[in-house]
Design a protein around this ligand. Structure first.
Ligand code: UD1
Length: 359
């Protein structure tokens, strides 16, 4: 039986790999490695529980650190495992430091790499994620692109057609699979929220938590909170930045600890709209038919903007308030709600079939 080693380490990797892992477990001898980049229960273990995933065979325990240190720890701790396990294929997902270090370690040892979510580009090279994606795509043998735009980006960088496969998005598979279970969650009652009466906000990107940017975002959100109920599950990076920069959230913003996957889907499903800089949350909101306002200047999920279900409102004080005034108006929301995005399921099955054919 062929051996596939999957390395993951953060919340979005766990969620987006969750539809694949059960298939990998049945079709291959599957070795799951967790880098430990995310380690708190609420951004890590809760997802293994909710998504019924097997415990990793190896945990590297790298924790938080500067990019270089975090990457180096993953490289040095993964190398002996790869040399011992000698997989036929190494699978990585997305754009995190775990993704990049996992792919680099494998490729340097001569183990072929498959990259799930290949070809996503923001064209903003100041984002750590953008550098990670470019590096991984150029050293991977199998490029599993979510859509034609991603495949186009890979071709434009000179990557050979034979490596590129358009398979759809596993974030969509996961959301479709879990949405009914999520709808049963009691979180709306617990938070005393009425369906359609609130916005869900998430922020975590490095560029949005910098001292030059975060104060403007928070000022805009505090003003928006005068007229809108905002529910804000706060990522650990953002919580730390708010404290460090001594920024106060309006008491009208409902600030929460990070939520599990099912509670997040449940809240998004009944929200008026989401305001976010997250990639996965955009796709989940699209599956659930909830309008998406992106607190960013660019997006790797261009297909959602092209389809008209998501709009970029920028990350500056004025642009956020202008975007909110335009898109949270009844006419703006109607326009976003009446647009349809292509929701293509089955990405996980296609990915595993392509991997099986390669080993
Ligand atoms: C990482 C990814 C990003 C992904 C995001 C999802 C990189 C470069 N970025 O960003 O692409 O969208 O995960 O969450 O890999 N922390 C905790 N508990 C944890 C994990 C982190 O408190 O379990 C805190 C630490 O103080 C740390 C900070 O969060 O310094 C940021 O964590 P880090 O691993 O650097 O990346 P994320 O911002 O989560």
């Amino acid at each position: 039986m062929s051996r596939v080693l999957t390395i993951l380490g953060t919340r979005p990797e766990i969620i987006k790999l969750s539809p694949l892992i059960p298939l990998l477990e049945t079709q291959f001898e599957h070795i799951l490695v967790h880098s430990g980049q995310h380690y708190s229960y609420e951004v890590d273990a809760i997802f293994f529980e909710e998504l019924s995933l097997p415990a990793p065979r190896y945990t590297l325990g790298v924790g938080s650190a500067q990019h270089g240190e975090q990457t180096a720890r993953i490289l040095s701790r993964l190398e002996p495992i790869l040399l011992q396990e000698r997989p036929d294929l190494v699978l990585v997902q997305g754009d995190t430091n775990t993704t990049m270090a996992g792919a680099l370690c494998a490729a340097k040892l001569g183990f072929p790499v498959a990259h799930l979510e290949a070809g996503g580009r923001s064209f903003n090279r100041t984002m750590p994620e953008e550098l990670n994606r470019i590096i991984v795509d150029h050293i991977a043998e199998i490029l599993l692109a979510a859509d034609e735009i991603a495949a186009y980006n890979l071709r434009a960088e000179g990557l050979p057609e034979s490596r590129i496969h358009v398979i759809g998005s596993t974030a969509i598979d996961a959301a479709l699979h879990h949405r009914e279970r999520a709808a049963q969650r009691p979180i709306l009652n617990q938070l005393e929220l009425k369906p359609g009466s609130y916005l869900v906000l998430t922020l975590h990107r490095a560029e949005n938590t910098e001292p030059a940017v975060l104060p403007g975002i928070i000022q805009a959100l505090n003003e928006l909170a005068a007229t809108h109920r905002i529910v804000f599950p706060i990522h650990p990076r953002t919580a730390a930045a708010l404290e460090r920069q001594q920024l106060q959230l309006s008491p009208r913003i409902l600030a929460l600890r990070p939520l599990g996957y099912l509670d997040t889907l449940c809240l998004v499903q009944s929200a008026q709209a989401v305001l976010t800089d997250s990639g996965g949350l955009q796709e989940e909101a699209a599956v659930l038919g909830t309008p998406i306002l992106l607190v960013r200047n660019e997006t790797e999920w261009r297909y959602l903007v092209d389809a008209g279900v998501a709009v970029l409102i920028g990350n500056r004080y004025e642009s956020i308030l202008d975007g909110a005034a335009r898109w949270l108006s009844p006419a703006g929301l109607d326009r976003l709600r009446s647009a349809r995005s292509p929701i293509i399921s089955g990405a996980a099955g296609r990915a595993v079939a392509i991997m099986a054919a390669s080993v």
